[in-house]
Design a protein around this ligand. Sequence first.
Ligand code: ADP
Ligand code: F6P
Length: 326
Amino acid sequence: MGTIKCIGILTSGGDAPGMNAAIRAVTRSAIYNGLQVKGIYRGYKGLVTGEIQEFKTQNVSNIIQLGGTILKTARCKEFKTPEGRKAAYENMQKEGIDALVVIGGDGSLTGARILAQEFDVPCIGLPGTIDNDLYGTDTTIGYDTALNTILDAVDKIRDTATSHERLFFVEVMGRDAGFLALNGAIAAGAEAAIIPEFNTEVDQLEEFIKNGFRKSKSSSIVLVAESEITGGAMHYAERVKNEYPQYDVRVTILGHLQRGGRPTAHDRIIASRMGVASIQALLEGQRNVMIGIENDKIVYVPFTKAIKNDKPIDRELVNVLKELSI
Ligand code: ADP
Ligand code: F6P
């Protein structure tokens, strides 16, 4: 493996607030350390088709405060095939890119792991997803902003829920992970969270009704993680209509508004720290790791560990929500 002179950077999968702060940090830190930087557009798609541009420090000026990603993002089917990855590798060679920094969720990091394995390319991953579902890091870029967006929405829904004495199911994102729903429920003072992790363990609707709905309150808000496993908010609203017709039930699906907006201070800081750490990692000879933050310290998490292990839900959080929702 020769020395690294030029890095490529891309954002892939679902966008997340703070991706721009990460692009800025990776670019500036690379240039600071004497490396050349190439921006790859539209995730792996741009690597396969050669949509690549040299990035100077001014290419990343004025973006730290912006949601979305200036590099654009995409989901790329071709990259899932050996032919697609070969084309991507050939474009890397053509552009003189010696190493890749990939900002994305577990699908994007899986792609990086496979490319690294097949072509011996050094790859570093940054966890960029609102879902917070990557193992080995306490938090992911975009998660804090999405949580705050959920709070803004639920605070507003609470006004109408209280006035009409209604039961609201608010569906939040998470792609089969309950972090946004559970922590969103705690922070919003909601009565319950229905999450995929506990779907087979208990009937979460029955638990919620049994634990006190309508004992001390005339309205209620339940956050439901969007997932085929839970069936989502509509499924629970239907169940209430059939099983507890005395309750006046409504559904709000927050959808993609959770992916947008100005990143919070927390997301800008972790994106900046992780971006700088990705260049440090490459210079130290680290390969095929995701940069994480655990107990406020940067850690290197091997791709296999970050992707393959399911990040566990902290039972203490479940208990906090239960005790405080009486
Ligand atoms: P996220 O990174 O947000 O989890 P996806 O799961 O949609 O998003 O993955 C983003 C992209 O990563 C995919 O469109 C594909 O290009 C690449 N990718 C995902 N899984 C694989 C895989 N098994 N092999 C190769 N590339 C993959
Ligand atoms: O992974 C981020 C995420 O927003 C998930 O929470 C959600 O399930 C999914 O992406 C939605 O994807 P799409 O952009 O295809 O609608």
